[in-house]
Design a protein around this ligand. Structure first.
Ligand code: ADP
Length: 243
């Protein structure tokens, strides 16, 4: 179980997260929705410590990080338990698909080359890229690059995968293949938090939906409730704008 408690984040005088409390149970898929600039990406980046939260705590099972007095070792451990999938894929350009997935296994998990290769081949097959092991990112479509990004996140065997608008950089015809892979791993019971603008996808795949605006969680609930019977005015307005 993951617990985010009273998480705040300011950039200078701009308070972007104003005390976020969120609990994510094992195997749950949480979709985070909200207007641009509401703090969704910053929240994910704080959970992975790509951004340093100003205050609050992040707990995964019995491992608790108090953001006011965190050590380097704790940050390292937190990053191992929370893998990120980025909007712009963030692959190493000079490494092949296989080498991109192997990297974390060699550096973070300290596996032998042989073990890392075996696991990485299996993962790339799982995301439908068994035939592209030796391709460089420049030789892959955006959808294929993002699937390498997903395989790389899976390789760390994290407690949760954080998806930051995983399809927003893709041409429309490539969105489907990436959503299909996310849908498949969601069914396998992997815990996920997904920031997305794909409402149909969120409604179908998420077990829990969170609506954020101006750095706070305005409303959260089951997809059916939030999409069909939103309680808060701000949620109603947001949904009516995008549908
Ligand atoms: P969302 O993902 O909901 O679109 P973001 O988390 O990207 O929102 O951004 C929330 C706010 O934080 C915005 O006002 C944005 O300008 C600001 N922000 C995000 N990252 C930084 C940064 N590195 N430095 C300064 N301000 C930032």
């Amino acid at each position: 179980m993951i617990q985010i408690a009273n998480l705040t984040k300011s950039f200078g005088r701009n308070q972007v997260l104003k005390g976020i409390d969120l609990t994510v149970n094992k195997g749950e898929v949480v979709a985070i929705l909200g207007p641009s600039g509401s703090g969704k990406t910053t929240l994910l980046r704080c959970v992975n410590y790509l951004e340093k939260p100003s205050d609050g705590a992040i707990t995964i099972d019995n491992f608790r990080v108090d953001c006011k007095k965190v050590s380097k070792k704790e940050i390292h451990l937190l990053r191992q338990r929370t893998a990120m999938v980025f909007q712009q894929y963030n692959l190493f350009r000079h490494k092949t698909a296989l080498e991109n997935v192997m990297e974390g296994l060699l550096i973070v998990k300290k596996l032998s080359k042989q073990e890392a290769r075996k696991i990485s081949v299996e993962l790339l097959e799982r995301v439908g890229l068994g035939g592209k092991l030796d391709a460089y990112p420049s030789q892959l479509s955006g959808g294929q690059q993002q699937r390498v990004g997903i395989a790389r996140a899976l390789a760390l065997n994290p407690d949760v995968i954080l998806f930051d608008e995983p399809t927003s950089a893709l041409d429309p015809e490539l969105v489907g293949e990436v959503l299909a892979v996310i849908r498949k791993i969601a069914r396998e019971g992997i815990t996920m938090i997904i920031v997305t603008h794909e409402m149909t996808f969120a409604q179908e795949v998420a077990s829990h939906v969170v609506f954020m605006d101006e750095g706070v969680i305005v409303e959260e609930g089951k997809p059916n409730e939030l999409f069909n019977r939103p309680k808060e005015e701000r949620t109603k307005q947001f949904l009516s704008r995008i549908r």
